[in-house]
Design a protein around this ligand. Structure first.
Ligand SMILES: Cc1cc2nc3c(=O)[nH]c(=O)nc-3n(C[C@H](O)[C@H](O)[C@H](O)COP(=O)(O)OP(=O)(O)OC[C@H]3O[C@@H](n4cnc5c(N)ncnc54)[C@H](O)[C@@H]3O)c2cc1C
Length: 388
């Protein structure tokens, strides 16, 4: 057992959850990882992986048993995100986005909404979390998508951009502004949107540096009709819902980043144990040992923080926004650093596509940008210490 195995063992999961994580690890190793390189090269959406994940019943793992799911813990969910992302970061974010989009429904939806929509998630529906707009990124409150009530319906109009799963999602949690409320922040609302019918189009899909198998789409809503019964909370509850949702999705994107970090660390260690220069294995050079020591120590500390946040959430904690931000910021900076150093440790080979570290470095970059850029997280964490 090495330090990381001992650390993982500190995440106390009941036997049935351990078995789920173990079966995800096997699926990731045997099916998802072997397809990752081809997915990266072709940029094709990994339907085979989505199917395999659904076959294991993973879409239902975070849905309560009362709505047909398995109701497993947040800790078990994060462990699965990390395993899948370690094998294929594109697939990891596709699956995790289902959680990001549907967790607010689970936490805040009415019984009727959950009864109607959650069985679709359990059955394998793909979901999307729809916040960003062309002119409203870091400051989401600048969004202009309009929700106009019309009797039993709401008409949705506006453009959303960079939406993960956007081209394929069956269900979306869309944020917009209630047309009858003038205040820019008070008017924000969250709406559960099912795909189908006229007035919703995919304008483009991005050609990205990394995560090339995941769909990142620009969506145009043109008076798209949604039943009023799909409004999450009341008109104007949206900002509260948005912040609460992000607090639970940020540890998940941290787990995604840590999956990339683990893969890069393991590849680097394996390579420098074999590669010889000047008659010695690369890892026998003291300068390289210092480098590995620093990376391993930071990775272990960050993973310990991941399980700390998981315990906070599973313990019913509500006030963990700063902890979630620290985790997202540190995990993503670390993923980028470890992936970059892993390329360095592979020398010229690391710059070539035959070695996985080249892809990991491209995949890692986005983790510093989405779910709040790391500049925004630094501001939020720093601001939390301002005396009021
Ligand atoms: C691959 C991918 C997938 C995504 N998936 C989704 C998704 O599923 N759903 C969704 O809604 N969005 C998604 N996004 C959007 C993502 O969350 C945004 O790109 C991110 O929030 C940044 O917004 P922006 O790109 O408009 O950058 P901007 O907000 O324009 O920022 C540009 C730069 O300015 C800095 N900056 C901005 N404001 C400040 C400030 N106040 N102080 C200091 N620096 C600042 C930023 O840190 C950044 O470096 C995705 C994006 C990508 C690329």
């Amino acid at each position: 057992m090495n330090v990381f195995d001992r650390l993982d063992a500190t995440l106390e999961l009941p036997d049935h959850e351990r078995m789920v994580v173990e079966s995800v690890r096997t699926l990731a190793r045997d099916e998802i990882a072997p397809r990752a390189e081809a997915i990266d090269r072709s940029g094709e959406f990994p339907w085979a992986n989505v199917k395999a994940i659904n076959a294991l019943g993973l879409n239902g793992m975070f849905v309560p048993e009362s709505h047909g799911g398995a109701g497993l813990s947040y800790g078990a969910y994060l462990a699965c995100v990390r395993e899948i992302s370690k094998a294929c970061a594109s697939t990891g974010v596709i699956w995790a986005t289902n959680f990001h989009a549907m967790k607010p429904l689970i936490d805040l939806g009415t019984d009727e909404q959950k009864h109607r929509l959650l069985p679709k998630v359990v059955a394998g529906a793909l979901a999307a979390l729809v916040i960003t707009e062309p002119a409203a990124g870091s400051d989401a409150t600048g969004m202009t998508t309009r929700f106009e009530p019309r009797g039993d319906e709401i008409l949705v109009s506006g453009t959303k951009t960079f939406i993960t799963n956007g081209a394929h999602a069956d269900l979306m949690l869309v944020f917009g502004k209630w047309s009858e409320i003038a205040d820019s922040k008070q008017s924000i609302c969250a709406l559960l949107v099912e795909r189908g019918g006229a007035g919703l189009g995919v304008l483009r899909e991005e050609d990205k540096m990394g995560l090339r198998g995941s769909s990142t789409a620009t969506l145009a809503f043109d008076a798209y009709r949604v039943p009023r019964a799909n409004l999450l909370g009341r008109p104007g509850d949206g900002l509260k819902i948005l912040l609460a949702s992000l607090n639970k999705s940020r540890p998940s994107v941290a787990a995604h980043a840590l999956g990339i970090a683990r893969a890069a660390f393991e590849d680097a260690v394996s390579y420098i144990n074999d590669r010889r220069q000047s008659g010695r294995r690369i890892l026998e050079f003291q300068g390289i040992q210092f480098m590995i020591a620093d990376l391993a120590t930071e990775l272990a500390q960050c993973e310990a923080w991941l399980w700390h946040v998981a315990r906070l959430v599973d313990g019913g904690g509500r006030d963990f926004g700063v902890e979630a931000s620290m985790l997202k910021m540190r995990a993503s900076d670390l993923a980028m650093r470890i992936a970059t150093d892993a390329v360095q440790l592979h020398g010229g080979y690391g710059y070539c596509k035959d070695y996985r570290v080249e892809r990991l470095m491209r995949d890692a970059k986005i983790t510093q940008i989405w779910e709040g850029t790391n500049q925004i997280h630094r501001q939020y964490i720093g601001r939390s210490f301002l005396r009021r």
